[in-house]
Design a protein around this ligand. Structure first.
Ligand code: 1CP
Length: 343
């Protein structure tokens, strides 16, 4: 039996509902900016064991949470693959864009040792955190990483990535296959270092042309989880296919995840009816509801989610990351509602 409520809720329907928040460490906590100032360069920040450990634990100073997510970024894989990842202030991530069919896809080169600071931070965090706090490791899904690697930056529509899929499908799928290997290595490393749960963020799954959804968003996750299980790593996996809409049904049956994270646009009655009942659900409060000083329906919305998930294996969370504007008082209020909820 696991010593923390998150792992318990992933395998059983338990009477208490555990809670944590996507992007709980960065940006909305004032102390984050003080720590962040110690390392101007965001990549260097993500490679600094002391700063990772300190930042990951920061939300526990404010909130009674059931999990800590290790502080890092999904773009550390493209960085380790030498895609020249930079984070410029007010610009967001920038990478050298890959030219479909032309840019050589580097395969069979071990990159995981470049992420040793992440491994060491997880080992340290697992020693320093209470046993009742679940430690979560993560990675970006192959599709979402490919989006940034081809586009070279964030985008509203990832048009170059979608064009690459249509024009150079073989090249594109080679990139996905390569990322499957690197993502599984990164997750394996985090599980071996002490992560109790692994999460895979497919933040741009809503950009996938529908007929490619299975090849780009479901099969890669299933392959990653098969690789982990073949290495005797049984750490549960939470998948977030962001705004996948009805495609989430097949995802819940075929991707082999133990839990599907729902985004804030997901209609919960529909979700409970259609999502694979064998797996757990995480979600899905709109983080924007945590911004207004007087958030009108916060209590009602939180209780509504809890009521609709009453019969499910369930973890309370937001439906996407907390934004810098989220108010600490609102986050505390939601946690208190979840804590006092009886099911
Ligand atoms: O200077 C800064 O402080 C940069 C802001 C920032 C932070 C705080 C970035 C750059 N990354 C992070 C941390 C981060 N990223 C975490 C740590 C946990 C936490 O904050 O509590 C996690 C889990 C991520 C994951 C991540 N990075 C995702 C997946 C989740 C999601 O929100 O969809 C994505 C898409 C990224 C890319 C990324 N990194 C940073 C930015 C600004 C972005 C998004 C760019 C875009 O909109 O496309």
């Amino acid at each position: 039996m696991y010593n923390n409520l998150i792992n318990q809720a992933l395998t059983h329907k338990i009477s208490k509902v555990p809670v944590w928040f996507l992007r709980q460490a960065g940006r909305h906590l004032p102390e984050y900016f003080n720590i962040r100032r110690k390392e101007e360069n965001f990549i260097d920040f993500c490679l600094n064991e002391d700063l990772i450990t300190q930042t990951s634990k920061l939300p526990l100073k404010y909130y009674n949470l059931n999990a800590v997510i290790v502080f890092s970024d999904i773009l550390m894989i493209p960085w380790a693959m030498k895609r020249n990842v930079r984070f410029c202030k007010n610009v967001g991530p920038t990478l050298d864009p890959m030219i479909p069919g032309e840019t050589v896809i580097v395969q069979d080169v071990s990159i995981i040792n470049k992420l040793d600071p992440l491994k060491n931070s997880i080992t340290r965090l697992r020693k320093e955190l209470p046993i009742s706090t679940c430690l979560i490791g993560f990675a970006g899904a192959p599709w979402t990483l490919a989006c940034y690697m081809i586009e070279g930056k964030s985008s509203k529509d990832f048009i170059n990535t979608r064009k690459a899929l249509w024009s150079s499908p073989k090249w594109f799928m080679k990139l996905i296959e390569t990322l499957i290997v690197y993502v599984s290595q990164k997750l394996e490393m985090q599980a071996n270092a002490g992560a109790n749960v692994l999460m895979i963020f497919d933040s741009w799954s809503h950009m996938i042309p529908n007929n490619f959804f299975k090849d780009c968003a479901i099969t890669p996750i299933a392959k990653i989880i098969e690789i982990l299980r073949s290495k005797k790593i049984y750490t549960p996996v939470i998948g977030l296919p962001f705004r996948a809409g009805p495609c989430i049904i097949d995802y819940s049956y075929e991707s082999l995840v133990d839990c599907v994270a729902l985004d804030w646009s997901m209609e919960l009655k529909w979700a409970t009816k259609n999502i694979n009942k064998e797996i757990a659900i995480q979600g899905n409060l709109d983080p924007a509801s945590l911004v207004p000083d007087k958030s009108n329906n916060l209590e009602e919305n939180t209780l509504n989610i809890l009521d609709l998930m009453k019969d499910r294996k369930f973890i309370f969370n937001v439906g996407h990351g907390l934004t810098p504007e989220c108010k600490i008082a609102n986050v505390k209020k939601v946690i208190n509602i979840v804590r006092s909820y009886e099911r």
